[in-house]
Ligand binder design. Structure first.
Ligand SMILES: Cc1cc2nc3c(=O)[nH]c(=O)nc-3n(C[C@H](O)[C@H](O)[C@H](O)COP(=O)(O)OP(=O)(O)OC[C@H]3O[C@@H](n4cnc5c(N)ncnc54)[C@H](O)[C@@H]3O)c2cc1C
Ligand SMILES: NC(=O)c1ccc[n+]([C@@H]2O[C@H](COP(=O)([O-])OP(=O)(O)OC[C@H]3O[C@@H](n4cnc5c(N)ncnc54)[C@H](O)[C@@H]3O)[C@@H](O)[C@H]2O)c1
Length: 471
């Protein structure tokens, strides 16, 4: 019998969700194709296979803070008796970028060979719908080809939101590739991207200011947000709060940026070498032709409307990851959603994603990890009398080598629903927040109670100190 479609499944987007769903489908015996194409940023930055996380997201944003911390550790090494490192030393930004990019290139190659190993046809081409089963693919030279598929998964992710003068401002997409040091930097936005970038730029010794429209980390537990902000500002990062950006213009023969903002009705200004936007992201769905084939997208942010089974409004088209409405924008979420979707489509599973109690970490100079509700949200849900808060403050053992006044910002908080004794919020500010929070994520998934927590024996006395106080 003549096969009607070239592919059982075609995946648009080769990021976290695309790689996971295409490989899982191929392992279940399906003929799979995948297109991935990074449209250049306004600064002509582009990248290879693997999507946001590998190229311009998790991987570089974690390598940079780790690298920045190495400078900090130098001071501890001296106190711990290491010799010959007394000089402050200079940091070479270009060397750092080359090292980070080398690692990313290795990941790109690994991704491509893994696709080959799975028998997946990979197209480094921009995809656009012609109809619900037909896709036009365009390569970098503008050459086109058409493919057809029975099912299609859209996981095109998102790109940084650009506000004023994109040519005068860089984003998280550009900063990891530019070999010239950022110099004096203004970061606009004070959530994940803004604070992580401000943290590592300052960590490498550059004068750094964060322009904050409302509050720092406004969607997070505010007590914890104040700890992160306090630590960062005690260490020299400046915060300009309740400030509305007014204009950005090129000065000094185009080399620097004059930025004006309004605060308390007064216009203030300063000149920076670099201005970086970290003001959120927008789904990359605009040029996909989705609406004309019947796939509904949200008019405000162009996100695809998909149900709990990841079905769009067209029955052979599915959507996962950052391009979907009301999804958490994290790599492991896109990966898990992709695998589960493949197993529902081609395996015997009916399992859907559970988005409750997902752990997250912001890799700020002092890391913050959390799971579940903030104190503010818990109060809204259960009322002020319906919850009990347990707090701890501690000095991390590894910070004992020298006097650190900023240790006061380390701390944690458990939010407990009084009636059921269930822990509904976990918050931690301190070293290795990602690892600590990850460990607790399982307990939260198992609907751990405060009593379970009290009965858990810690691994190490220093952890005991951190945890006992929460009891
Ligand atoms: C700076 C930064 C740091 C981050 N750090 C973390 C972190 O520490 N932990 C974490 O969990 N998450 C982190 N994230 C979020 C994480 O990167 C995303 O949630 C994840 O990449 C989403 O995966 P995705 O598959 O939905 O989309 P993406 O990874 O964005 O992949 C989409 C792919 O589709 C391609 N594409 C788009 N349109 C087309 C088209 N028409 N044709 C062909 N290809 C197309 C894109 O170029 C891209 O390669 C970070 C994000 C950023 C920006
Ligand atoms: N560690 C991690 O897991 C990690 C790291 C980076 C990014 N991410 C993911 O990427 C997504 C995007 O992160 P993000 O930080 O870009 O977006 P975000 O939506 O989390 O925060 C954007 C911030 O910019 C502010 N803002 C918006 N417009 C502004 C303006 N004109 N002027 C000043 N401030 C403005 C907002 O108030 C908000 O605080 C997040 O949802 C997150 O899930 C995750």
């Amino acid at each position: 019998m003549l096969k009607k479609f070239q592919y059982d499944l075609f995946v648009i987007g080769g990021g976290a969700g695309g790689l996971a769903s295409s490989k899982a489908s191929a392992l279940l015996g399906k003929k799979v194709g995948m297109a991935d194409y990074a449209t250049p940023s306004p600064h002509a930055t582009t990248w290879g296979t693997g999507g946001t996380c590998v190229n311009v997201g998790c991987v570089p944003t974690k390598l940079m803070p780790f690298s920045a911390r190495m400078g900090e550790i130098r001071k501890d090494q001296i106190a711990a008796g290491y010799q010959g490192i007394e000089s402050e030393g200079k940091h070479n930004w270009k060397q750092l970028i080359e090292t980070v990019q080398k690692h990313i290139k290795e990941l790109n190659v690994r991704q491509e060979s893994s696709l080959k190993d799975h028998g997946i046809d990979y197209y480094n081409k921009f995809a656009k719908f012609i109809d619900r089963h037909t896709i036009e693919l365009t390569d970098v030279k503008g050459e086109k080809e058409i493919i057809s598929a029975k099912n299609i998964i859209v996981c095109v992710g998102s790109r940084p939101m650009l506000y004023q003068d994109p040519k005068l401002v860089i984003t998280s997409e550009d900063v990891f590739q530019q070999t010239t040091p950022p110099g004096k930097t203004l970061v606009i936005g004070a959530s994940y991207v803004g604070l992580e970038c401000a943290g590592f730029i300052h960590g490498f010794g550059f004068d750094t200011t964060v322009l904050v429209r409302t509050r720092v980390m406004r969607n997070f537990d505010q007590e914890m947000a104040q700890k992160v902000e306090g630590y960062m500002s005690d260490n020299g990062i400046k915060f300009v709060k309740r400030a509305l950006l007014q204009s950005i213009s090129a000065v000094d023969n185009g080399k620097r940026r004059l930025v004006k903002w309004v605060r308390d009705g007064v216009v203030e200004e300063d000149i920076y070498d670099t201005v970086l936007y970290g003001i959120g992201r927008q789904a990359s769905t605009k040029q996909l032709n989705l609406e004309s084939i019947g796939v509904k997208i949200d008019a405000r942010n162009y996100k695809i409307m998909a149900d709990e089974y990841d079905r769009t409004t067209v029955d052979n088209i599915y959507a996962i990851g950052d391009c979907c409405l009301n999804r958490l924008e994290y790599t492991p979420i896109a990966v898990m959603a992709g695998r589960k979707l493949a197993k529902r489509l081609y395996g015997d599973s009916n399992e859907i994603m559970d988005y409750a109690d997902v752990a997250t970490t912001i890799y700020t100079p002092i890391e913050y990890g959390c799971i579940g509700l903030s104190e503010e949200r818990a109060q809204q849900r259960y009322g002020q009398d319906g919850i009990k808060i347990y707090r701890t403050h501690f000095k991390p053992l590894q910070w004992s080598f020298r006097q650190r006044d900023d240790a006061k910002y380390c701390g944690g908080k458990l939010i407990v629903h009084k009636e059921s004794d269930r822990i509904v919020g976990f918050h931690y500010v301190g070293p290795e927040a990602a690892e600590v929070t990850q460990g607790f994520a399982v307990a939260m998934k198992m609907k751990c109670t405060k009593k379970d927590f009290d009965n858990t024996v810690p691994i190490h006395p220093s952890l005991a100190e951190e945890m006992v106080l929460m009891k």
